[in-house]
Structures are given as C-alpha cells and as structure tokens.
Design a binder for this molecule. Sequence first.
Ligand code: SAJ
Length: 400
Amino acid sequence: MKACFIGLGYIGLPTAIIAAKNGIKIIGVDINPSVVEKTNKGELHIIEPGMEELLKEVVANGQLKASTTPEVADAYFIVVPTPFKGDHQPDISYVESATRAILPLLKEGDLYVIESTSPVGTTETMTNLIFEIRPELKGNIYIAYCPERVLPGNVIYELVHNDRVIGGIDAASTDKAIEFYRQFVKGKLHKTNCKTAEMCKLVENASRDVQIAFANELSLICDKADINVWKLIELANKHPRVNILQPGCGVGGHCIAVDPYFITAEFPMEANIIASARKINNYKSFYCSERVKNAMLEFELKNNRKPVVAMMGLAFKPNIDDLRESPAKEIVMKVMQKCNNADILIVEPNIIKHKVFKLTDYIAAYEQADIVVMLVAHAEFNTLPYDDSKMILDFCGIYK
Ligand code: SAJ
C-alpha cells in the first residue's frame, strides 16, 4: 500500500518514517523545499534521538520519498500545523489547503486521516469540503481523525507503543483507519467518532495544563504563607489518591500551552477552569520575573552595587534543548529589558551556543552570581550545592 503524508514536521516525519519502516510505501510532502531536500538526503531536519538512522534506511531502500507535491496514494494523512490567529483563535487554513491539494487525487476506497491537533468539528468540515468538490466520493472513501500523543524526545518508542484513539466519520472509516495503524502501532487502537477523537487530544493536554496550574497556584499561596511548596506537595502526595504535579516558572512547549485554547475558543462560556488554568500558568512567568527584579533591587539597596544574576535554564522543560514557547526564555528577556545586560549570566547546559543569548557555563555562572535564579530543573543543576551566601530564587524545585 502507498500512503501520502502532508506535513513533515515533528509528528508527520517520524510517523512517515515508522510507517515506511513497516513496509508501507511513503510519499512525504512538505511546502518547505529544504525539508524535502534534506529528507531525500537522509538528513533529519528535526531533533529526535535515533530517528536519523531510520530515515537513512527507508530513503536508501526507496520506501520513503519526499516531495513538495502530493502523489496518488491509497491513504492520505494531514499532519500540518494548526496555529492561532488573532486572540488564540484556531487557524485550520493549513489543514484546508493540504486537503485541497490532495482532493483531485482521491479515488474510491481511499483513506483520508487528519492527525493535526484541531478544533472539534474540523474533520466534519473537511468531509463536507471533500464531498462538495467530489460528490461522487460520498460514501465511497474512508475519513477519520487520529491524534498523536508522543512525547518529544521519545517519539520512536511512543509512536509504536502508545495507545491511539481512532475517530471515523462512520464505523467503516474507523475500521479502515485501524487497519492502517495496526501495521505499525503495537498500542491498543481505541474506536470512537471523529468529534470525540478531536476533543480527546485537546482534553488530554488541557487536563495536564489544569493540573500544572493547580501546582503553580499552590506555589503562589505558599510564597505568601511562607511554606515550602515542594515539601507541602511531597507530603500531600503521600495520600494514596493524590498526585499534585510540580510548580514551575510557567508552562511552555507547543502543546500544553496551546491546545487548551482550542477548547476555550469554541466553548468560552463553559471552559472556565480551563481558561483560568491558562491565565494562572501565564501569570506564573510574570510573577517569576517580578520576583527576580525585586531581588535585584533589594540586593542593590543592601550592597550599593548591581548584582550579578545567573538565570539558570532557557528550555521549555527539563533536560531538553527546545526553547519553543519557553517561559524561562520569556523571563530572561523580561529581566534583561529591565536592567543592562552586563549583570545577567544566561545558562542553558543543553545548548552550546545561541544566536541571541550569550551563554555562560552553569558552574561558572553559579560561582560568579550574587543572585541565582533556578528556572528549569535541568539535571546538571542538582550538582550545585546550596550556598546561603547567595540569594537563591528556586522556581523549579532544585533545592526542594
Ligand atoms: N510542567 C510543569 N510542571 C509539571 C509538568 C510539566 O511546570 O509537573 C511544564 C513543563 O516544564 C513544560 C510544560 O509544563 O513547560 C509542558 O510539559 P510536558 O511535560 O507536558 O511536556 P510536553 O509539552 O513536551 O508533552 C505533552 C505531553 N502531554 C501530556 O503529558 C498529556 C505529551 O504526551 C504530548 O504528546 C505533548 O504534550 C503533545 O505533543 O501534545
């Protein structure tokens, strides 16, 4: 069988590679010619451990080819970005243009699947578009929505072993999609309808955002109550049915910080907890930057000189090098705007150098700093002894 993947990004390319590895002929399509060129040379344009060897193998044996234009296939997968426009209003124009691009190629018996995180109802909207332009396909092709839930950095394992939710526009479409994914997914494939599958993806990440917001709200309360929030959570979690997550300097990444807005945009009156969680997690980054600025003022008043400040961590979560939508990066920028950059040492152990930030080694920065701001719980920072001659602002529990 031949499958056409539209969108060779963080999800599309790894999924295409794993499918190719399992004997499915793949045409991978991307609008970015350099992505197509690199892919056809067996070079990965994203960072994902172990993925490049697999890409080289499937390109070399002809199982996977990349192109800027789609080709006739038996199954088509839409895995393009669904960004926001305006005030967090979902934009499905890439999904629509990808669908229009493959519309002329669709034939009886084909499978069409959307994997992109989408507002509820998108699959039905695309179904109406397909049958409006190609009415003869009505009832003769299979249409489904199948969200991904892989953790960046662990994609190869999770693409194969995670359960997946498969939502068809009808039972036959669900079964047809399951038949495809069964070729390389060892996890359970759970049947549902397309709207439930769309909402499932959003709810998975919105639930995590709410849980993190609860932890962040506790950290604000504990700062005011002068309670160690890390010890508090550790004790509360001794309860057999309590699992409070960890406070941080905010919520980053292109999923947890983004997907909840797909729900609040469509259900503004009902999605109160979800909307509040977004506000709390966004406010936490602002709160952290204010705490740093106040500490700097306090130091200057006491010592009659500007402090040296070590900002520890830029990535959006521990032990990765991805700065996309990173609250730590946002806090560093806010603090630098407030004071001349000479006093700020920026640390990111997972990056050698950065085009904007001048980076300092984490040990050197720690030793030189008057104020140490722990933003991201990178493993390296656990080796730094607590030095109470410094002002330490620990937003991520290094010294819990
Ligand atoms: N965070 C906290 N405290 C916590 C956990 C996380 O502050 O206790 C922060 C992290 O520092 C980070 C953000 O939240 O800034 C998101 O972290 P994450 O651990 O949720 O990681 P992601 O965004 O890379 O992955 C999530 C995962 N979704 C869920 O766990 C429900 C992953 O399975 C999804 O596939 C991914 O989003 C996605 O692609 O949707």
